[in-house]
Design a protein around this ligand. Structure first.
Ligand SMILES: [Cu+2]
Length: 189
């Protein structure tokens, strides 16, 4: 059960829905009741208004659910599970974070080959965030110290280049200096 909640996109989605349910029940009820009590300053028939509001609510809820279901496959843990079950070879990399540097077992990868980053922190909260050469964040891991198992995430680089690694969890005086770099080369080179 806990694995389902923490390791899958569907778990996160279910949990999020549970938080929404009280709101989804109470809010339409308040809107419905109010539409009969306070018609001023509009002279529109409040019953008509409440019908419009019902339609709007249904549209909003449908869009909300559809956007969440559609984007589930973009969540890193869902992609990781999919790659782990389908890839023939996954390259393993161990990363240890400590104030204020990373120990990385391998810093060079090939385009198109899935890499499993197994990352842990040995002292305090750190981040392991990998940036595309164009400055966009590709993925971000939050590292909680004291866990028995390293957290892992599978990522497949699609372009060669220099990929910056930065810590995005404030971890002390030299947090800003906690950086590293990965190199991705064309496959076969
Ligand atoms: Cu930091």
């Amino acid at each position: 059960m806990l694995d389902f909640i923490y390791q899958t996109g569907w778990g996160a989605f279910t949990l999020m829905l549970l938080f929404q349910i009280p709101f989804l029940l109470i809010f339409p009820y308040i809107v419905y009741r109010k539409s009969f009590v306070n018609a001023a300053p509009s002279h529109t028939d409040p019953r008509k208004l409440s019908r419009l509001e019902t339609v709007w609510l249904i549209v909003a809820i449908t869009l909300f659910i559809a956007a969440n279901v559609y984007s589930i496959n973009y969540m890193p843990m869902v992609r990781t599970a999919a790659t782990e079950s389908s890839a023939a070879v996954i390259q393993d990399v161990d990363v240890t974070a400590r104030s204020w540097s990373y120990e990385i077992s391998n810093r060079q990868f090939e385009v198109g080959k899935p890499v499993r980053f197994s990352v842990k922190s040995v002292d305090t909260m750190h981040g392991f965030t990998v940036y595309h050469p164009n400055g966009k964040i590709l993925f971000n891991m939050m590292l909680i110290p004291g866990l028995e198992k390293a957290s892992s995430l599978v990522y497949t680089f699609t372009e060669p280049g220099k990929y910056k690694v930065r810590c995005l969890e404030y971890c002390g005086i030299a947090h800003h200096a906690m950086q590293d770099e990965l190199t991705v080369v064309e496959s076969g080179s």
